[in-house]
Design a protein around this ligand. Structure first.
Ligand code: MN
Length: 295
């Protein structure tokens, strides 16, 4: 649906590990919003054998993973030697660059609810070949915004700036609260996307339901959001990305030969991706669909 410069798309279901989740990015209409190239919303779901966020070692190239929990906790381990528990209100930011591997483990969580988002940020040409890195931010800027509370995950919003690394001009903010109207100033050179994680909103009168994703084109200096009671949304923005990207499995690249090389390196256990200290089983890479190599 498109109205007044706003395009609303329903997310689709996807299965990752043993979990069903809603994927808002990428979609056909919007492969990227700024450098944001992937957005999965998981839960809320009771902790149990089919709802835990547990994923064995797998590789990434050319992207940053951003983990943001609303409920629950997850242990992150990676080939840099990181071993980090994350709780709601905190941010894990892993930069893959040339190559990294990681695992996410919530097997230690035996009761409660898992709820959160997993995001990817495409790295620009000037950093995507660099060494990997990992950041954990235990505290992020929090600010009142009318009837809502805003937490700035990445970049700047509502006058606050996150300490998280950014390789391109980018923002991400979690808004929770309502009912009432939230007026969020925007950077006019950014395009934006808003995913409703719970509750519902209206933007310029256009309804956006839970798990819908509203795309706002560049050129806005603010957005007025009518927020229903007990609503949580994620606002993502950034300068339109510098180029087309090629996403295949857990890799973000530009050309097929880069994906082929990453696929071969992971399957060969090459030093490029290092090793992850976990007892979870390593995840095999699917062969790229365009490859005619014998299996
Ligand atoms: Mn991952």
């Amino acid at each position: 649906m498109s109205d007044r410069g706003i395009t609303v798309t329903a997310s689709r279901s996807a299965v990752v590990g043993e979990q069903t989740l809603r994927r808002a990015l990428p979609v056909r209409a919007h492969r990227t919003v700024g450098a944001w190239c992937f957005l999965d919303h998981f839960g809320p779901a009771a902790v149990g054998p089919t709802s835990t966020l547990t994923i064995g070692p797998h590789p990434h190239i050319g992207l940053q993973t951003v983990t943001w929990l609303i409920e629950g906790e997850v242990r992150h381990t990676d080939s840099l030697g990181s071993d980090q528990l994350i709780w709601p209100g905190q941010l894990n930011l892993m930069t893959a660059g040339h190559g990294v591997a990681h695992a996410e483990d919530s097997r230690h969580v035996t009761s409660g609810t898992m709820h959160g988002v997993q995001l990817w940020v495409a790295q620009p040409e000037h950093t995507r070949h660099d060494a990997p890195a990992f950041e954990h931010h235990g505290e992020l800027p929090v600010v009142s915004l009318g009837p809502a509370v805003a937490t700035v995950l990445v970049g700047s919003a509502a006058g606050e700036t996150s300490p998280a690394r950014t390789d391109t001009a980018l923002m991400g903010v979690d808004l929770v609260g309502g009912p009432g109207e939230v007026v969020l100033p925007l950077e006019p050179t950014f395009e934006h996307g808003i995913m409703v994680l719970s509750g519902s909103i209206r933007i310029d009168g256009v309804p956006v339901a839970t798990d819908d994703f509203a795309y706002l084109a560049v050129g806005r200096d603010e957005v007025r959001i009518a927020v229903a009671a007990d609503t949580r949304i994620l606002v993502l923005g950034g300068e339109p990305f510098e180029s087309e990207i090629l996403m295949w499995w857990n890799f973000v690249a530009r050309r097929r030969d880069e994906v082929d090389e990453a696929y071969r390196d992971w399957e060969a256990g090459a030093d490029r991706f290092g090793s992850v200290a976990t007892d979870l089983a390593r995840i095999a890479a699917p062969r790229p669909s365009w490859s005619h190599e014998p299996t």
